[in-house]
Write a protein of this length. Structure first.
Length: 391
């Protein structure tokens, strides 16, 4: 999504350098205020520092480092998934029913889910039979192609949600603890680095310190924050924020909503109300309804996606903490189950570790071995350097 946004706005800056600090400053002593307030960014932000001077990395070098960072972020999933397949295929000379049974267990363990695994293996069996294959390694290539197909089919071009004019409004959802506010901060940072004017809206008025946390991120990424007092009506916060944004030509507005317990019907109804208020203030808003899911929660994340989708029509997903799980198959599971595109994935704690999701790059990194990593990274670098699509 963000890559397309940069092209739309005519911005193609280099990716930011890694930062040593990975969490926002403590919120102790922050003022919550007793009335509506606009928090202006500090004049000197820690991430808006001087980038003048120095030698900028080439696109090829950047592509190599990005691929390796993605590969490293997926290391726990890859080591579990690929290593188990290597052990399964070792010494095997034929593709038989026993092989498929053991492969099914590996795929379910990787959190692809029973339904996705069943469909995936059925399609693989058909392809093996049709092509009369006997080499187990050929089966791995088939699985890789089919997984990539799930991800590509769910992907939707960002231009389908970008407004023709006015600010791009993102409504961010997610239960408490998934990394929602941190994802908002990192997303704001990415937009700021691409040259956009960003406004953050603190509409999570119920969780303790949620407002202060977003204000801390606003100062850190040099973005303005609109907030009211703790316990205020979220719709009122959004109403005032959009009025504030109207004459100030913001490119992006990111709205933080409460970390709803997705089993509470009344709270889901409030999200619907928030969405209606956005649409009334800015026609077509929100242009993106982004659900943040913690990849380590496994099938519970699938349940969250289903209920939020029913309530507010989720249009994109940010999947966090992929570096902390060995069950990264949830990516394919979500794409197949809901046909909702994965917009961003979190593969680390650094600012740049919230990455634009690329299905082909993801599958390539997931299946790569140590002996293949350098070759795959160089291929990605060459393709970008030559102006072709990413792998």
């Amino acid at each position: 999504m963000l890559s397309w946004f940069k092209k739309k706005m005519g911005e193609t800056p280099p990716e930011p350098e890694p930062e040593a600090e990975t969490t926002p400053p403590p919120s102790a002593g922050e003022e919550t205020g007793e009335q509506a307030a606009v928090v202006e960014p500090e004049a000197a932000s820690s991430v808006a520092g001087d980038e003048a001077g120095g030698v900028q990395p080439s696109a090829a070098t950047g592509a190599t480092s990005f691929f390796n960072r993605l590969r490293q972020g997926l290391s726990r999933t890859r080591e579990s998934f690929v290593n188990q397949m290597d052990e399964l295929f070792l010494g095997r000379k034929v593709i038989d029913a026993e092989l498929f049974d053991e492969l099914e267990e590996i795929l379910i363990t990787a959190d692809l889910g029973a339904a996705t695994t069943t469909e995936l293996l059925e399609r693989a069996r058909e392809q093996v039979k049709r092509q009369d294959l006997n080499d187990p390694r050929a089966l791995e290539e088939i699985l890789q192609q089919l997984l990539q197909e799930y991800l590509v089919q769910a992907d939707r071009p960002a231009e389908l949600v970008m407004p023709a004019s006015g600010p791009f409004v993102i409504m961010v959802l997610g239960v408490n603890g998934v990394g929602k506010t941190t994802t908002i901060g990192k997303l704001a940072y990415k937009f700021k680095k691409s040259g956009q004017k960003v406004l953050l809206v603190a509409a999570d008025t119920f969780r303790a310190a949620a407002i202060e946390q977003l204000q801390a991120w606003g100062r850190r990424v040099d973005a303005e924050v609109v907030a009211q007092q703790h316990g205020a009506d979220p719709s009122s916060v959004i109403y005032d924020a959009f009025d504030y944004a109207r004459p100030r030509d913001f490119d992006v507005i990111i709205v933080d909503t409460a970390g709803r317990l997705h089993t509470k019907v009344n709270l889901m109804e409030e999200l619907r109300k928030v969405k209606r208020v956005m649409s009334q203030k800015i026609p077509g808003a929100p242009h993106e309804v982004m659900l943040v899911i913690d990849a380590t929660t496994g099938q519970n994340g699938i349940s969250q996606a289903r209920l939020f989708q029913e309530a507010v029509d989720v249009s994109g997903i940010a999947l966090t903490k992929l570096d902390g799980t060995a069950r990264g198959g949830i990516v394919a599971n979500i794409c197949r189950e809901f046909k909702i595109p994965i917009r961003f994935i979190g593969i680390g704690e650094q600012m740049e570790d919230l990455r634009d999701f690329d299905p082909r790059e993801f599958v390539s990194a997931l299946f790569s071995r140590d002996r293949e990593a350098t070759r795959d990274a160089d291929t990605a670098a060459d393709q970008i350097e030559n102006g072709s699509d990413r792998p």
